[in-house]
Design a protein around this ligand. Structure first.
Ligand SMILES: C[S@@+](CC[C@H](N)C(=O)[O-])C[C@H]1O[C@@H](n2cnc3c(N)ncnc32)[C@H](O)[C@@H]1O
Length: 238
């Protein structure tokens, strides 16, 4: 599975070896979450090629992909990482899914999930990862009012530069919500930076797919590379 992601002479020394990849996947498997191994392995593969800059994730949940990003930011010396999530049922509710899934979202203990995120991330977060407990649009206002010193107790404070090396959009998957995330955040991705749009392939609705396709059309040649890994769409900016 990992062979297609192990690549290039250009990042030799920075790229992960197989033991590191296996160890990181194993750690992530211990965190409740919805990021599959293939997407995480692809993120591990592109990370050494990123320009320097902020690493931003919309949708942290229990912290499975956030753990990967924090570990990679330390290993490859990039970032800092910013995780955005309100950890609150109302924001997490999605119109496009079945009533069964909506009921499950309402029934979740979002305070417990937030506490679980802190617990899961504490070993790797200090000096590398911060978070904003708010919606993506409120966080965008905060991120762009600069200079962005963000305090994330108990992880400490970090200053964000305002240019994004890697953007992972994995928040509310309703089409309007994904389109808003893309409209707000993609413009901050640096040249040669990457977007990972989760659940481009998704059985519950076509919000991420329609948004991803519209973005690819709008970007044209500005999308230097694009591919699907796991269920996520990866795009590298020119
Ligand atoms: C699919 S989960 C994220 C999965 C996570 N990345 C992982 O690896 O397990 C979606 C998350 O998006 C969050 N979310 C929902 N609406 C949001 C919004 N407007 N802004 C930021 N996060 C949002 C939810 O609270 C939920 O924790």
């Amino acid at each position: 599975m990992l062979a297609p992601f192990i690549h290039t002479q250009s990042c030799a020394g920075r790229r992960l070896d197989q033991l590191e990849i296996a160890a990181l996947l194993r750690s992530c498997a211990g965190i409740t979450g919805q990021s599959d191994e293939t997407k995480l392995a692809a993120i591990m593969a592109i990370f050494p090629e990123l320009p320097s800059g902020d690493v931003v994730e919309v949708g942290g949940f229990w912290g499975r992909s956030a753990f990967t990003l924090a570990w990679l930011a330390a290993r490859i010396e990039n970032g800092p990482v910013l995780i955005i999530d309100p950890w609150q049922a109302e924001a997490a509710l999605q119109n496009s899914v079945s009533e069964l899934v909506r009921r499950d979202t309402r029934a979740q203990d979002w305070e417990l999930i937030y506490q679980g995120f802190l617990l899961n991330l504490l070993p790797v977060a200090r000096g590398r990862l911060g978070f904003l407990r708010m919606t993506s649009s409120d966080a965008h206002r905060r991120y762009t009012q600069g200079p962005s010193l963000i305090e994330s107790p108990p992880f400490g404070s970090l200053t964000y530069g305002g240019d994004i090396a890697l953007l992972h959009i994995d928040g509310n998957h309703d089409e309007a919500a994904v389109a808003l995330d893309v409209a707000l955040w993609v413009k901050h991705i640096r040249p040669r930076g990457w977007l990972v749009l989760d659940d481009y392939v998704w059985p519950h609705g076509n919000g991420p797919a329609r948004t991803g396709d519209a973005l690819l059309r709008a970007l044209g040649d500005e999308a230097a590379i694009s591919f699907v890994a796991g269920k996520a769409l990866f795009i590298r900016m020119a």
